[in-house]
Design a protein around this ligand. Structure first.
Ligand SMILES: [Cu+2]
Length: 708
């Protein structure tokens, strides 16, 4: 079994073995390249290892997921975002953390993979959408902060992250092959082949990726229950009979398993099946620039149990398994118009339906969950109509505005509400349907100041308002304060002000982005909430119980992100990023919970010809602004956190234009620390219990990327 390899991964000797194996692979790859004899143009100085992503456009950030980055991200979509100021990740184990932007998680920050929405199956939030994303198989990650676009679905009050593949029609026939190998401490091994054959008319692209990691150790050498394995396969075809027409069909499958250090079960299955079809027609007339139609289907089948990746113990000594699933389908129609030369107008419609079901066995030896019938608990449906306008009346001055309206409907299919693993109560809203019409809109002005090239200065200011329908984890997976069903919980309303400044000079680049918002009926999750035991409960052991509820509160949050880059000399450059967020829960007269502390990153990089080296210092302030028991669907506060300083080193060598070898040491000084928003550790047989799921200790990694 894999256990032997994972166990072996813990010893230094095994680490060396992994490195040796990887080094051998690099040499073989390099030899192949030399034999091939293809030498492209020598590239100039470049960023070989990404440690911080700069803002180039107001509220828009773009990063290349195929580039190596530091700290070494887990093999899922969340950690890749950590190099963007303002993002943090709620750690639960080795992978599948929940991404947080400006202290906002879950459906306040939506993730679209090639325009599709993927919703996880797990009622306990083991699988955020990023758990089904394999970033290195994609070409670009875009982030739009704040409620400052309406084109990418409803409710994105904190922002939206777009994981995308490039779609360019080549002029000639070509092969594009991207391969990469990664090895790191704790038995981490990732491999990827992303190969495309393109001709002007037909293209085919296939991707296969596999990743595994053993249990890592924190700075104190304490082993964290965190091992994982993941794989993904994707195949896509496209047909473009002429320059302006393109039809795409693609299908993907993936699966994985992951150990969780913060709960009594692990994820033993994260299977996804997907099909996606898209049709684009460009340059239809002077007015109609493009028409795009997309349809997709995602099926997520998740299993969590207490016996695949651990030994059942304690009160859960029997083998238990839960098998939720979710079917999501959706589509989009987008028309891009150019009513006049300085104006772009987008009009579109998007829709999404999802159905969630469950089955579980509290004793696998008596009744296997796979023999049971799945029982659906909720059905969501959303259709939105949107329009967004970009108008540039004067060069350097741009107005952007948009509005959308969404029709939501939710059907509560639960006959009973599960109160705990052993008890349930009748559902007071069984069979009820909730319908809602929600609105969002924004307006922003961007102004470039007069300047002499090559420097530029841009100011921007925007206001946005968005109404967010409660997500599955808020309205179905939680109770409300006075009922076991939260079906009547209010939707959330966010009004936000975004202002910022971007400067690009010959040597210095800088950007500052500030935001402040008022959130009415903020959907707050509160754990450890005491309730009297329902008469419908079956255990009848005590009169009271504690549960996790959803509550509407009035909240505010505000903060800033800053990045500075300076080219000290031809070979040296430095960068500094800062991010800070504060918030208040006005209903309870407390701080807003689950906010990451002030964070700073300082990097110094050296580049000479084909070589690069860098040092990165990440400083996290202590966080003592907490409100215990409160937070969001992914986590709640349970105590303050200390400050931490993490020093990391990286180096790169572009051996030949096609081959980039990078290596690094993350957390060089073996600091023991945890992200403030990370989850509390739980008791797991064979593991020391952690107060908080700590970040990995010193991590050595090496990565080779070969592209031709
Ligand atoms: Cu789960």
């Amino acid at each position: 079994m894999n256990n032997s390899r994972i166990e072996a991964g813990k010893s230094p000797a095994a680490g060396a073995r992994v490195f040796r194996r990887c080094a051998l692979a690099f040499v073989v790859t390099a030899c192949c390249v030399c034999a091939n004899g293809t030498q492209a143009d020598t590239t100039g100085l470049e960023e070989m290892v990404v440690t911080a992503v700069k803002t180039e456009q107001p509220l828009n950030l773009v990063t290349d997921p195929k580039k190596p980055r530091q700290p070494l991200p887990a093999n899922d979509g969340a950690d890749y975002l950590k190099t963007i100021p303002g993002f943090s990740v709620i750690r639960k184990g080795g992978t599948d953390g929940d991404p947080v932007l400006r202290g906002m998680a879950g459906s306040r920050l939506s993730m679209l993979l090639d325009g599709e929405s993927i919703l996880g199956g797990c009622s306990n939030r083991m699988d955020p959408p990023t758990a089904y994303i394999f970033p290195e198989t994609l070409d670009v990650i875009k982030v739009i902060k704040g409620p400052q676009t309406v084109k990418y679905g409803p409710g994105n009050s904190a922002g939206v992250v777009l994981f995308e593949r490039n779609r360019e029609r080549p002029q000639t026939t070509e092969w594009d092959v991207h391969t990469s190998l990664l090895a790191a401490t704790a038995g981490r091994q990732d491999g990827l082949v992303d190969a495309a054959y393109r001709s002007p008319e037909f293209s085919i692209r296939g991707t296969i990726t596999s990743a595994s990691a053993g249990d890592y150790q924190d700075g104190d050498g304490v082993t964290v229950h965190s091992r994982y394995e993941r794989w993904n396969g994707q195949l896509g075809f496209s047909w473009s009979p002429d320059d302006d027409t393109r039809l795409e069909l693609s299908s993907a499958r993936s699966d994985g398993e992951a150990a969780y250090a913060d709960r009594g079960v692990d994820g033993s299955k994260f299977a996804r099946e997907n099909v996606n079809a898209k049709f684009v027609r460009n340059n239809i007339s002077d007015l109609i620039q493009s028409v795009e139609v997309q349809g997709y289907y995602n099926y997520v089948d998740h299993v969590m149990d207490n016996y695949t990746l651990r030994e059942p113990s304690g009160v859960m000594a029997m083998q238990m398994a839960m098998n939720p699933d979710r079917e999501t389908s959706g589509g989009k129609l987008l028309v891009e118009l150019e009513p006049q030369q300085d104006m772009e107008l987008s009009i579109g419609l998007d829709t999404q339906q999802n159905r969630h079901s469950n089955r579980s066995s509290m004793n696998q030896s008596i009744g296997d969950y796979r023999d049971l019938k799945r029982v659906a608990d909720a059905e969501f449906s959303q259709t939105g109509l949107f329009t967004e306008l970009s108008w540039e009346p004067t060069p350097g001055g741009r107005w952007v505005a948009g509005a959308r309206v969404d029709d939501w409907s939710l059907r509560d299919l639960r006959n009973e509400v599960q109160l705990s693993m052993m008890s349930s109560a009748g559902n007071p809203t069984a069979g009820e349907k909730r319908e809602e019409q929600l609105y969002s809109g924004f307006m922003r002005i961007e102004k470039a100041l007069e300047h002499s090239a090559p420097s530029s200065t841009t100011f921007y200011a925007g206001v946005g308002y968005t109404e967010r329908f409660p997500d599955y984890w808020e309205i179905i997976a939680k109770e409300s304060a006075d009922s076991v069903s939260a079906l009547d919980i209010e939707f959330e309303k966010t009004a936000q002000l975004d202002i910022g400044y971007i400067y690009r000079g010959e040597k210095l680049s800088a950007s500052a982005s500030l935001f402040a918002n008022i959130i009415d009926d903020y959907l707050m999750i509160q754990s450890g909430y005491g309730k009297s035991n329902m008469s419908g409960s079956m255990d009848g052991m005590s009169d009271t119980r504690t549960t996790t509820i959803v509550r509407n509160t009035d909240a505010r949050s505000w903060g800033a992100e800053l990045d500075l880059g300076y080219h000290i000399s031809e070979n040296w450059r430095s960068e500094l990023t800062l991010s800070s967020v504060r918030g208040a829960n006005e209903s309870d007269g407390a701080t807003l919970a689950q906010l990451p502390p002030l964070e700073a990153r300082l990097g110094l990089h050296y580049e000479y010809s084909a070589w690069s080296g860098g040092i990165l210092w990440r400083a996290l302030a202590a966080q003592d602004r907490v409100d215990i028991g409160k937070g969001n669907i992914a986590g709640q506060d349970f105590g303050p956190t200390d400050s931490a300083n993490i020093l990391s080193l990286n180096g790169g060598w572009r051996a030949i234009p096609e081959l980039l070898v990078t290596a690094g040491i993350d957390n060089l000084l073996d600091e023991t620390y945890a992200e403030h928003i990370s989850r509390a550790g739980t008791a797991i047989p064979g593991f020391e219990q952690l107060a908080r799921v700590n970040e990995p200790g010193r991590t050595l990694w090496m990565k080779a990327v070969y592209r031709f």
